[in-house]
Design a protein around this ligand. Structure first.
Ligand code: RAM
Length: 340
């Protein structure tokens, strides 16, 4: 009986020792996490968009430079907040270290990104922002004011400052396009643009086929239309194709935001005189680099390093911006088409 009690005690001790050493091992494993790869998920509006493919290239460049960093490039097939919520749920289960997201909706994503942040994941948005509560910072490509103004200026130049114009946007909830459209509407109220008339705003959801159908619809239902502004790299290609197919080159001009690699042909065929964009590789690089700084606890309240892109200054809304958009036309489009 006594022997059994003793052996029970010994057994209990052994179990306790094992439990303590197991938890020590766990703690050690926790420390070792520092040497594990930093996992940064880039969640884009949707897959199959050349703009985000270029941002991905920038993310990979940052990861290489930072070392010990893994990029998980992901996004829904169509640009919806629901699709992104599902993806973020799965990234939370995978215990990624950071999420760098271009949002399909400013508000719908806040609960899920907050949940991710509660689990220790550093969330930053880039390109198209999540509302302030749902991220640590938003990296804008440039100032929204400049982007909006630039597009009205190009449309006005194309059509001699007078006539009907229309906007073909991405998805109706996209944070970035909606901000730019608001700026465009305000800019149109300036006296120098009093002869430009915005007759319609339609949404192609950053899908080539839907954008094309919407562009055709604009052209057919507005016979006096002079310009289409597409503040989306997907929309501007589709609108240009629609103008060509409807034999309206020279009568209707397309402008907006496009990738030189996708627009060179339409600049040459005359559907487009000029368009603008920033460097999407730099944007993806800077966002990824900044996310890594947040993971490593190196980001300040008012600034964060973005590697070769310099220091990003974070304003009171938790936003930072890169350079002004650049304009492309027949003289420079081919040179940049090789890059993005
Ligand atoms: C599309 C996307 C992206 C936007 C560019 C200009 O590729 O909507 O969010 O920044 O266009």
């Amino acid at each position: 009986m006594i022997a059994t009690k003793q052996s029970r005690r010994i057994l209990l001790k052994k179990v306790l020792v094992a439990a303590v050493s197991l938890s020590l091992m766990g703690a050690l494993a926790g420390c070792e996490k520092k040497d594990e790869k930093v996992k940064i998920a880039m969640v884009v509006k949707n897959l199959g968009n050349g703009f985000f493919d270029a941002a991905h290239e920038g993310a990979n460049e940052a990861a290489k430079e930072l070392g010990n960093t893994e990029i998980i490039y992901t996004g829904p097939t169509t640009p919806t907040a629901e699709g992104q919520i599902e993806i973020i749920n799965s990234l939370i289960s995978q215990h990624v270290d950071a999420i760098v997201i271009s949002a399909n909706d400013p508000n719908a994503l806040v609960p899920i990104t907050k949940k991710a942040m509660q689990r220790g994941i550093k969330v930053i948005s880039f390109d198209s922002g999540v509302a302030k509560d749902g991220r640590l910072m938003q990296l804008n490509p440039s100032s929204a004011q400049l982007i909006g103004e630039k597009q009205i200026e190009m449309a006005a130049d194309d059509i001699g400052g007078a006539g009907e114009i229309a906007i073909l946007s991405a998805s109706a909830q996209a944070t970035n396009q909606n901000i730019w459209i608001d700026v465009m509407k305000k800019v149109l109220q300036k006296p120098e643009y009093s002869k430009l008339k915005l007759v319609a705003t339609v949404y192609g959801d950053d899908q080539s086929d839907k954008s094309y159908r919407e562009a055709i619809g604009l052209l057919r239902s507005n016979p006096n239309l002079k310009a289409i502004i597409a503040p989306t790299t997907v929309g501007i290609v589709a609108a240009s194709k629609a103008v060509v197919d409807e034999h309206l080159v020279g009568k209707v001009f397309v402008t907006g935001l496009g990738l030189p690699s996708e627009m060179a042909g339409h600049v040459k065929n005359g559907a487009v005189r000029e368009f603008a964009i920033w460097n999407p590789i730099d944007l993806g690089y800077a966002a990824t680099y900044a996310a890594s700084e947040f993971v490593k606890g190196k980001a300040g309240k008012n600034s964060v390093s973005a590697g070769r892109m310099g220091k990003l200054v974070i304003d009171e809304n938790g936003e930072a911006a890169l350079a002004p958009p650049f304009t492309y036309n027949k003289d420079n489009v081919d040179k940049f088409a090789r890059i993005f």
